[in-house]
Design a protein around this ligand. Sequence first.
Ligand code: HEC
Length: 469
Amino acid sequence: MRALSFLFLTLCLPAWGQNRIGTGAVEALYRQHCMSCHGENLTGGLGASLLDPSAWEVVGKRSGFIEYVQAGDSETGMPSFGESLSVPEIRSLQIYIDEMRQKSDRAAGLSTVVKAGEIYSAGGYRFRLEPVITGLTLPWSINFLSSTQALITERQGQLRFWSEGQLSQPIAGTPEVATRGQGGLLEVAAHPNYSENGWIYLGYSAAAASDSNYSMTKIVRGRVVDQRWQDEEVIFEVPAELHRSSGVHFGTRFVFQDGYLYFSIGDRGAQDQAQDLTRPNGKIHRIHDDGRVPRDNPFVETADAYPSIWTYGNRNAQGLDAHPETGVIFESEHGPRGGDEINRIQRGRNYGWPVITYGMNYNGKPITGQTAAPGMEQPLHYWTPSIAVCGIDFYEGDQFPAWKHNLFAGGLASQELHRLVITENSVVSDEVILQGEGRVRDVATGPDGYLYLVLNGPDRVVRLVPIQE
Ligand code: HEC
C-alpha cells in the first residue's frame, strides 16, 4: 500500500474545475511586471523559476514574499517594486504564482488521486463509489434519520424522504423558497430528539414580504405527516429591510448542540456587512432550538447588534459540523479566489472577512494585502488555489476505522473530496481522496458507517465503500 495518508496535498486541481485559475487582471499584472525575467510560464529566465519555491533563496527563509518584491535584491538583479506596485497587487501576484504552480503540477501529471478502473486508493484504503440515490435535481443537503431513512433537499424547493431504498415524492406544503442564483431550499436537519418530537428544520432563502426581489436566509421547523408538511413554526427570520437583492452567498448550514441551533448566513454579496454587527449576513448565529435568542449570546448587550450573532467576518459558510469528541464547531468558508478556509468557531470572534483574506477577487483584482490582523482569527487551514469548499463532516463511522474523526471537506468547482487529519489546534494533513465525480455539495456519515456524498452534475447521492482485501 502506498503511503498516501500524510502528504500535504494542496496542489491538486483537475483541468475541468476552477477555470479562472491563472486568468484575469492578475495575469495582466504578471505579464507587465514579471514575465520579462521569470518567463511566460513562470519557469524562469533571467530570474528564478517561480514554480519551485523550495529553491528560492530569500523568500520563505529570510523574508516574506511581499517584503522581498517590494525591496528587490540589488545583488541578484531582482528589481524593487515598492514604488510601482501596491501591497494588495503584490499579494495578488503571490496568489497567481500559487495557482500557476498547481496548474503546472497538474499538467505534469502530479495528480495525487489514484484510481484504477472504478477503484480508488487513498487514505490507506481501497474503495469504490456506490450509487445510492438518483432521480434528484440539484440536491443540497442530506440528513439521516435511521440507517434506512434520510431527508434530502433539492435546491428548487423540494424536500424528499429516502426510505428503504425508495425516494419519495416531494413533501407537499413545504415553504415557498426564493430560487434566484444560489438561493433555494438549502439545509435540512432533524431535531436531535426527532424520534420523540418529530421536528424537522429547514433553512432556505425566503423573499421579503414587501419585495420579492429581496431575500434572506429563513429557518422554519415542522412535522411531516402522511407526506405533508404540518405544524410549521418560524424559528428565524429577519426584518424586510435587512434582506438583500443579490442571489449569492446564503451560507445556511446547521449544527444542533446542547439545545442550541447554530447556523450560518453568508455575506449575501455585501462583503463589508460581514464586519457590521447590525447586519445578520456574513455571520454564524446561535439560537435556542425553538428560536429564542439566548441571553448569554456575545452581542446581546451591544447596542444595535443583531442579537443572534455568535461570530462575524464569515464570508460564506457552506459547511458546519461539531467535532465528535470536543464539541468544537468547525466551519468551511467558501472564500474569494484563493481564499477558502476551515475555521474553528468560537464565541464572539471575528474571522476577518473582508479585512483579511488569503484570496483575491474572481477577476484577478486584489482585495487586500493583509492576511492577518490583531483581533481577527486565522483560519485553521486555507486553500490557495481554492477548491470551492462546501459541505464538511467529521467521519464517525466504523467502515473506515482509520478515518475516525477525520474532517471530510467537499469542493464544488474542484470536484474533490479532501480528508483532513485534525488535532486540537492544527490541520496535520490534507489529502485529496477522490476527484472528478461531480461537485461535492454535502458530506455525511451514514448510520451504516459509510461516508455519503451529495453530488451535483450528475445529481446523485453516493457512498464510499471499502474493498475488503
Ligand atoms: C529584471 C528582471 C526581473 C523582473 C522584471 C522580476 N524579477 Fe524576480 N527575480 C529576478 C532575479 C534576477 C531573481 C534572482 C534569481 C536567482 O537568485 O536565481 C529574482 C527572484 C525572484 C524571486 C525568488 C526570490 C528568492 O527567494 O530566491 C521571486 C519570488 C521573484 N523574483 C518574484 C518576482 C515578481 C513577483 C516579479 C514581478 C512583480 C518579478 N520577480 C520581476 C529578476 C526579475
